[in-house]
Design a protein around this ligand. Structure first.
Ligand SMILES: Cc1cc2nc3c(=O)[nH]c(=O)nc-3n(C[C@H](O)[C@H](O)[C@H](O)COP(=O)(O)OP(=O)(O)OC[C@H]3O[C@@H](n4cnc5c(N)ncnc54)[C@H](O)[C@@H]3O)c2cc1C
Length: 495
């Protein structure tokens, strides 16, 4: 190529498309991103699927968000809302040349109403920052995804996120009172209310967990809870995964609902020992982290009972956090466990299936069997009290054959969860990752009925295209995966 041709093609690549020119008229050009090299970081989230957006904008207000949606509509460009990009099902991956509308500049806590225990936040507020700010009033925000130091409350709303402390207190939908949202026509409206009761249809409930397919949340009113009078956090170590699983079933069967009941297996412990050095018993094949909170008397009674149940299942050691620092250390290790997987393999693929809690022991055995059959190493770190498995399949994405085995492994684990009477997702959503498996638990009539919500919100295909519904996208396509075993055609036209 001659120097003249080269510079011509470079300037063609850098020429501003009309969509960008229009966006820059309403949004500060520093927050309109369109050069190919700048778009790269927006092509993925925490999952394995990737796709380059047409452009990215980071609006500074609800009005700018609405304007961006209107401009995209005028140009026939679909819109993909984005928070921090920690999602694990491909929800924020911009398929079909979408405009990514990233909400990270809308990151103010607008109000903490301590008297009514309510907060009003913008969607880009990082989850943990709300509890940090509310602590001053002896309050906290209960949903605490392990990613809470990075993920946003807007992303939590879209995925109906859970977390270790959702066992007793419920997931995001139980803590959101109302939302201001930008709809597909660029109008701004409220769903629910910023008060504790809202009459009429629960459109708030329909929006929460809709994975960015119905609109963009621009303000969120949430409940705050009072910091409990007493908390006891315990670690119970077991020499077998079976014993730990049985202890979980026994705790739940006893009628106690701990604030949190989490499990980590030996492979996860190995990763954590390298990074955080918690000094867990070297012969432990699994540890449980159990927390009870409430009135001091109840906490003392319940923690003693849990200790007895763990000992009855051959716990080799039980440690009780003696002070807030020890409690914080236990949680730092648990919540940092997935990050520590980087010491074991370049990549992980986290499967988010759910099984009835009574079937936990068999389900874990089956997960390890599937991993062994496919020659893949799996680490387990999960919300055991909810039966929400998180097998973390360790792999190297530079080996496409390995990636294909990883996807097959995830598929077989989800099939096992469905057969056990469980669910496809405990908290990470369907996104690109699990849409082909929807027929395992939903009939075509079910998906048709669900898909009709989109036009009811005026969204059609313009919001987050190719997500949730079967036939929208092929999971793993980036790695040459053509189709998954469960992929069924025929429903693509309903979305
Ligand atoms: C290490 C690690 C641990 C994790 N642990 C947990 C856990 O314990 N529990 C759990 O539930 N999840 C967990 N996750 C998954 C992830 O953090 C959550 O799904 C989180 O809610 C995503 O938030 P985000 O801001 O990163 O959203 P993104 O990944 O940016 O987006 C997720 C979805 O939300 C949509 N979206 C984002 N913002 C908005 C908005 N304002 N309006 C409408 N739609 C929007 C996007 O379109 C997309 O569909 C974990 C992830 C990692 C990497």
């Amino acid at each position: 190529m001659s120097p003249a041709t080269k510079s011509k093609s470079r300037s063609a690549a850098n020429a501003k498309p009309p969509l960008i020119r229009d966006l820059e008229r309403v949004i500060d050009p520093r927050f309109v991103i369109w050069r190919p090299e700048d778009l790269l970081v927006y092509e993925y989230d925490g999952s394995i699927d990737r796709s380059i957006p047409a452009a990215v904008t980071v609006p500074g207000s609800a009005e700018e968000t609405a304007a961006a949606v209107r401009i995209a509509k005028r140009h026939g460009v679909p819109v993909v809302p984005r928070g921090a990009g920690t999602g694990l099902s491909g929800g924020a991956v911009p398929l079909r040349g979408s405009l990514v509308v990233a909400m990270t500049r809308l990151n103010r806590i607008l109000e903490i109403n301590a008297e009514n225990k309510i907060a009003l936040v913008e969607p880009g507020v990082v989850n943990v920052e709300l509890s940090n700010a509310a602590a001053e009033y002896d309050l906290y925000y209960a949903p605490d995804p392990s990613s809470q130091k990075a993920c946003t409350i807007g992303g939590n709303v879209a995925e109906n996120a859970g977390g270790p402390h959702c066992l007793a207190y419920g997931v995001t939908t139980n803590h959101v009172l109302g939302l201001e949202v930008v709809l597909a026509d660029g109008s701004i409206t409220w769903l629910g209310s910023d008060m504790r009761e809202a009459p009429g249809y629960d459109l708030r409930g329909a929006f929460i967990g809709s994975e960015g397919t119905l609109g963009i949340a621009t303000k969120i009113a949430v409940r705050l809870l009072k910091t409990p009078e007493a908390v006891q956090t315990m670690l119970a170590a077991f020499r077998s995964l079976d014993d730990a699983s049985q202890a979980v079933s026994d705790v739940i069967a006893s009628g106690i609902v701990p604030a949190a009941l989490e499990m980590m297996d030996r492979t996860t412990i190995d990763a954590c020992e390298t990074v955080y050095r918690p000094g867990y018993p070297p012969d432990a094949q699994a540890v449980l982290i159990v927390e009870v909170d409430g009135l001091a008397e109840t906490v003392a009674e319940q923690s003693a009972k849990i200790e007895t149940l763990c000992t009855g299942n051959n716990a080799s050691e039980i440690r009780r956090a003696q002070d807030p620092q020890q409690r914080a250390d236990l949680w730092a290790t648990r919540k940092g466990a997935i990050g520590a997987m980087g010491t074991l393999a370049p990549n992980y693929y986290l499967v988010d299936g759910v099984v009835p809690r009574t079937k936990l022991r068999d389900a874990l055995a089956k997960v390890m069997e599937i991993g062994a059959e496919l020659n893949l190493k799996i680490a387990n770190v999960f919300h055991a009290g909810d039966g929400n498995l998180h097998p973390c399949i360790l792999f190297d994405e530079r080996d496409p054959a390995q990636v294909r085995r990883v996807i097959e492994c995830g598929e077989r684990i989800l099939e096992m969860c469905a057969e056990a009477g469980g669910a496809l997702s405990g908290e990470h959503g369907i996104g690109i990752e699990k849409q082909a498996y929807m027929p395992l638990v939903f009939t075509e009539a079910d998906t048709q009925a669900m898909s009709r919500l989109r036009p009811a919100f005026g969204a059609e295909e313009s919001f987050n295209p190719g997500k949730v519904f079967p036939g929208g996208a092929v999971h793993g396509e980036t790695y040459g995966v053509k189709e998954t075993g469960f992929h069924r055609t025929g429903t693509a036209d309903v979305i």
